[in-house]
Design a protein around this ligand. Structure first.
Ligand SMILES: C[S@@+](CC[C@H](N)C(=O)[O-])C[C@H]1O[C@@H](n2cnc3c(N)ncnc32)[C@H](O)[C@@H]1O
Length: 310
């Protein structure tokens, strides 16, 4: 139930509280920042913050070892009208003017602190970023650039790591693989994603309707396929016009043992060779890029190719 307006009048009937609300209207501040801005002792600021909190005017959240306060944004329309009226008057007072100036100083100090940190940590940032968040967090987040309405094929999905990365960001993932064991592992990994459909099938004759995919990813699979041109024509069939294909695979290498150990049919592909395959299969806007090597990677260098179905 909305707090009766008279209770709000009581909560606001104290100039320090309106000064607090003025500075907390658009930003979060700590108690010690508020003490600096209002030039009041901590006990006074805390007492008035408590009264404003109890009346629903101010909320707070913990951040590291401090607590940040901010004016609550979810009041009822009558509260908003009351505040608009009080603010119009309070904002013109000389104490509000002084508070505003000190607030700018406090905010500038904050920026200086963060600038100082980056000035001193430029050489350290990459290591710190990796230590705090891992080496690839930006890449997993970039998948959010995909259109949320898309249906995406993960073709030669293996154990489903690509499908798991895609599923939170697109409407549906259709994951296809030829191996029952791989699909079983993918099913286990993808249990929590109801928008992923797993299908057994071959790239050369995909169990997917014509024109039903917006995009298709073939990661580390094409080097297993004896006739990549035929597989890419099939990928073109299941994509809608303008749909996108992404191929991630190995650049030419000489690790012949891979044929024996892992059944590789192709010892990588050159960018020119891949461009021809993709263009011949009915794609345009073909782009290929070698990928930077991971420091810990032991395998051959990789490329990524993208294209649009004409
Ligand atoms: C090296 S794994 C890569 C899996 C996954 N794309 C990834 O990036 O982790 C290659 C997968 O392609 C599948 N595969 C190989 N040839 C295939 C074909 N002709 N049709 C469908 N799947 C195939 C294999 O069963 C295997 O799961």
């Amino acid at each position: 139930m909305a707090t009766p307006i008279l209770d709000h009048l009581a909560a606001l009937a104290e100039p320090i509280r309106t000064r607090l609300l003025l500075v907390l209207e658009d930003r979060e501040l700590t108690v010690s920042e508020l003490c600096t801005v209002l030039q009041l002792p901590q006990s006074t600021v805390s007492r008035h913050l408590k009264a404003l909190g109890d009346a629903g005017w101010v909320g707070s959240r913990a951040q590291a070892t401090s607590r940040l306060y901010r004016m609550s944004q979810n009041g009822d329309p009558a509260t908003h009208r009351l505040w608009a009226l009080v603010r119009d008057q309070a904002a013109t007072s000389s104490s509000a003017f002084q508070d505003h100036h000190r607030l700018q100083r406090v905010l500038a100090d904050r920026r200086t602190k963060s600038q100082q940190f980056f000035e001193s940590s430029a050489g350290e940032w990459d290591r710190l970023r990796e230590e705090l968040f891992g080496g690839h967090v930006h890449l997993s987040g970039l998948v959010a650039l995909l259109d949320e309405a898309w249906v995406v094929g993960d073709l030669g999905c293996g154990t489903g790591s690509v499908s798991a990365a895609l599923a939170p960001f697109v409407r549906r993932v259709i994951a296809v693989d030829d191996s029952g064991a791989m699909l079983a592992a993918a099913r286990k990994r993808l249990r929590g994603y109801p928008n992923v459909g797993l299908k057994r099938g071959r790239l050369e004759s995909l169990p997917i309707e014509r024109g039903s995919l917006d995009a298709a990813a073939l990661t580390l699979v094409l080097h297993h396929v004896p006739d990549p041109a035929q597989a890419l024509r099939e990928v073109s069939r299941v994509l809608r016009p303008g749909g996108r294909v992404l191929i991630l695979d190995m650049l030419p290498h000489d690790r012949e043992s891979y044929s024996q150990q892992m059944g590789h049919v192709w010892l990588g592909f050159s960018e020119a060779q891949m461009t021809n395959y993709v263009a011949d299969a009915g794609f345009d806007h073909v782009r290929t890029h070698p990928l930077p090597a991971e420091p810990s990677a032991k395998g051959p260098a990789l490329f990524v190719a993208t294209a649009k179905r004409a």
